[in-house]
Design a protein around this ligand. Structure first.
Ligand code: PEP
Ligand code: MG
Length: 791
């Protein structure tokens, strides 16, 4: 179990080290000393995990390693932010006064050599090595044997872990294996500390410039506000670190919550008694015993009296016990950990429901910060206060990012693991162009961003003037520019943007904000309002596209590879009752308006399209028989999977139009999960393979006489929009907030220039070169303000 856990963690490491670590674990797990080694490793990881801060964690690590390996010294060096030097951060065996003071140049000494070569260095007599660099302050005169191992996470050398001994000797392979394994664990802890800014203060105490936390650009724009954690409090881990001076009311709320859960358990136990076997019934007794445990109650009350908010104090008391039980080897005890956690959640629900336990965000601009975000999280802040969104998981293509873009709210995604509660209430800058955030920014950073926001505001005013002008090139070629929508609230933004209709209405959002599948009538109301708002301009309604990262709270789909699983058309064809209900609602909503177009998502085979068309014909027939004056709307196919791209011709002949979904097409072409922050750097819809696929789709769609729309996020990128125009795409669908910029770009080029740009782009070999080409073209056309190089 332990090595499984450890090996899993390696998947986040750089490939050579991950491989090495994997083999080390395999090797040591086969040896008879393995249990001993793994036990030490486990203990170090546990102690480090429980350490209050980074300095203590490093101090514990070096002391434990020195004792376990029986060596004279163990030291950790960390690379500073600019990678200019290695700072001695903790030592057991060298001069403790050197901590934080000794800095080696980045390539200096054996430490520099380890970092440079990115592999372990085992030297019998260090002072004789040509790269040895004596540093008087560390007092290492008596040491000869040297073993240094790089601390690497995501290909980046974070520092070097060193052990030294007095004898002249080579460290044996077991010692090397051990240190490599520890280093891999330590690197992941350090990476977390670096991301949360904990190392910054230690490494650069004099540097007052705020360091950016790097994530992934989610939705463009810049925002400032106070970190606000949406309090769904569904899970203990989401409870923020919050203080409260209202001891009496916090205590009362806590006692009331405990009493409510006791009552709930008693009722549940009575209700289920005749149905449950005795072993299951006993669980209620166990729960009640846990709930009345004096120590759990006392610890929580102690936390409240020490000034903590009741949910925070409860969280700490519960999680301390969960951790203890989880560490137990005994499966009975580790199962109890889950029980305590469950109990913790139940009490939390009641604490949350209490009248004074729902602190409203302070008036003023708020930046919502959460691990994962749903529409319900967004509702935690009044819309006029919502300035920005920061999501620790996900990427630019996660649905919260798409929503943020639709709402015009800057967003940063995939910031990685970091304790949420720490930041609550702090000032934060969200740079949605470069995927960066600054927590508690210094005055210079603040002023810089303030200026950027002013420039943005001026640009927005300027772009507003384009609202009623056509999306037309300088030589008069018109390309319809549509907006995208997901909720009825998007109607106003789409209309204000000057779009010529809705090119993609994602119907799943209406399903996501509910507690059960909507009825035909409920859907009819929504669709009717949408169609009526734009008639006679077209509204392209896409049928339900759930699965992947879009799940319904009332219909969870658990799969190992959700993006390759039961999503989009695969799901709806397997549930014709849901599909036909939706089609009927759409067709009814279109009566007498006649501006509906229906779009089928995630088509991968011709048979799927045939079946979907058959069901559409059935819905149409049923409605006619019931007396509805329905008409058959134009039907489109999303081309967002390589198999569909290669069958563009066959699919096009069966449909009225095509719509290229580059968000998915990119993920399936490049084998890069659109929702995984770890590989977000590899996700690029300007990749030549994606461009060639899009060119193929356009050409073959046209050969079959069908127009080709493009509705992926690519259409919202002004440079890419000009490129797509040049490639021959017939219309573009961008989020409402991007429509003015895209229009501005289109109006700044001639059709011939766009075609020439496309010709050149299709000859390039890398996405970077394509981006450079587009940015240069935008600058030459005087659109420098909307060029935002990737970070
Ligand atoms: C796409 O895949 O490009 C697309 C528009 O669909 P979605 O992002 O909703 O999957
Ligand atoms: Mg898609």
């Amino acid at each position: 179990m332990h090595y499984l856990h450890i090996v899993l963690r390696y998947s986040a490491l750089s490939p050579p080290i991950a491989m090495m670590a994997y083999f080390v674990i395999q090797k040591i797990s086969n040896r008879k000393e393995s249990r001993f080694m793994l036990e030490i490793l486990r203990r170090i990881v546990q102690d480090v995990g429980a350490a209050p801060d980074l300095s203590s964690a490093l101090a514990i690590t070096v002391n434990r390693i020195r004792a376990a390996m029986k060596v004279a010294a163990c030291t950790v060096y960390l690379a500073d932010e600019d990678n200019r030097s290695h700072v001695l951060m903790a030592t057991a065996g060298l001069n403790p006064q050197a901590v934080g003071r000794v800095r080696l140049g980045h390539h200096q000494g054996l430490v520099g050599l380890v970092a440079e070569r990115q592999e372990p260095l085992n030297v019998a007599d260090a002072p004789r090595h040509p790269r040895f660099h004596p540093v008087c302050e560390v007092c290492e005169e008596g040491y000869h044997a040297f073993l240094g191992v790089p601390l690497i996470q995501y290909r980046r050398v974070l520092g070097v872990l060193v052990v030294q001994d007095s004898a002249v000797r080579q460290f044996d392979s077991e010692e090397v294996d051990f240190l490599v394994t520890i280093a891999a664990q330590l690197a992941s802890i350090l990476n977390h500390a670096i991301l949360s800014g904990a190392t910054q203060e230690l490494l650069n105490p004099l540097n007052t410039h705020t360091r950016a936390l790097q994530g992934v650009a989610g939705a463009p724009g810049v925002a400032m506000g106070a970190v606000t954690i949406p309090h769904l409090l569904a899970d203990l881990d989401d409870v923020p670190d919050r203080l409260s001076q209202e001891v009496a009311s916090e205590e009362a709320a806590f006692h009331a919550a405990i009493a409510a859960v006791e009552q709930e358990l008693r009722e549940a136990s009575d209700r289920l008694a005749p149905l449950l076997p005795p072993t299951e019934q006993a669980l209620f007794t166990v729960y009640r015993m846990m709930l009345s445990s004096d120590s759990l109650i006392e610890d929580t009350l102690g936390g409240i009296r020490a000034g903590r908010w009741a949910p925070t104090a409860w969280r700490d008391a519960v999680l301390a016990r969960v951790r203890l039980l989880e560490q137990a080897e005994d499966s009975y005890l580790s199962t109890r950990a889950e029980d305590i956690r469950d109990l913790g959640r139940r009490v939390l629900q009641h604490l949350r429901a209490g009248p004074d336990q729902h602190p409203h965000p302070a008036a003023g601009r708020c930046v919502l910060v959460a691990e994962d975000m749903s529409v319900a999280h967004l509702a935690a802040v009044p819309p006029e206060q919502l300035a920005g969104i920061v999501c620790l998981r996900g990427s630019a293509l996660s649905h919260v990012a798409l929503l943020a873009r639709a709402m015009g709210i800057p967003a940063v995604m995939g910031l990685g693991d970091r304790p949420l509660g720490r930041f609550e209430g702090s000032d934060i800058i969200v740079d949605g162009y470069h995927g960066r955030v600054y927590v508690n920014p210094d005055p210079a950073t603040r002023a810089e961003y303030r200026q950027l926001m002013d420039t943005e505001a001026a640009l927005t005013v300027g772009l507003g003037k384009l609202r009623d002008l056509p999306a037309e090139t300088q030589d008069g070629y018109h390309i319809p520019l549509y907006a995208k929508a997901g909720l009825l609230t998007d109607i106003a933004a789409a209309r204000d943007s000057g779009a010529e209709g809705i090119g993609l209405y994602r119907t799943e959002f209406a399903y996501m904000v509910r507690e059960s599948f909507p009825s035909e009538d409920e859907q009819y109301q929504i669709y009717r309002r949408m169609l009526a708002a734009f008639a006679p301009q077209p509204v392209v309604m896409r049928t339900l596209d759930i699965g992947g990262d879009k799940t319904l709270p009332y219909f969870t789909i658990e799969e190992n590879n959700p993006f390759l699983g039961w999503r989009g058309m695969r799901f709806t064809l397997d549930h014709p009752e849901i599909f036909v209900t939706q089609l009927r609602a759409m067709l009814r909503a279109n009566v007498e308006l006649d501006n509906l177009r229906i779009l089928f998502p995630m088509i991968t085979t011709v048979e799927e399209l045939d079946e979907a068309l058959r069901l559409l014909a059935r819905a149409d027939q049923e409605l006619r028989e019931e007396g509805w004056p329905v008409t058959r709307p134009p039907v489109g196919v999303m081309i967002e999977v390589p198999s569909a791209a290669w069958q563009t011709g066959q699919l096009a002949r069966r449909a009225d139009f095509l719509s290229v979904g580059t968000n998915d097409l990119t993920q399936y072409t490049l084998a890069v999960d659109r929702d995984n922050a770890r590989v977000a750097g590899l996700y690029d819809n300007l990749h030549p393979a994606v461009l060639k696929t899009v060119a193929y789709i356009i050409e073959n769609g046209h050969r079959s006489g069908r127009p080709v729309n493009l509705c992926g996020e690519m259409a919202a990128d002004p440079g890419a929009a000009v490129l797509l125009l040049g490639m021959g795409v017939d219309s573009l669908s961008a989020s409402a907030t991007s429509v003015p910029r895209v229009k501005w770009a289109i109006r700044s080029f001639s059709h011939a220039e766009a075609r020439e740009l496309a010709r050149q782009a299709l000859e390039l070999e890398t996405a970077r070169a394509v981006r450079q080409l587009l940015n240069d073209a935008l600058r030459r056309a005087g659109l420098g303000e909307i060029v935002h190089e990737s970070a």
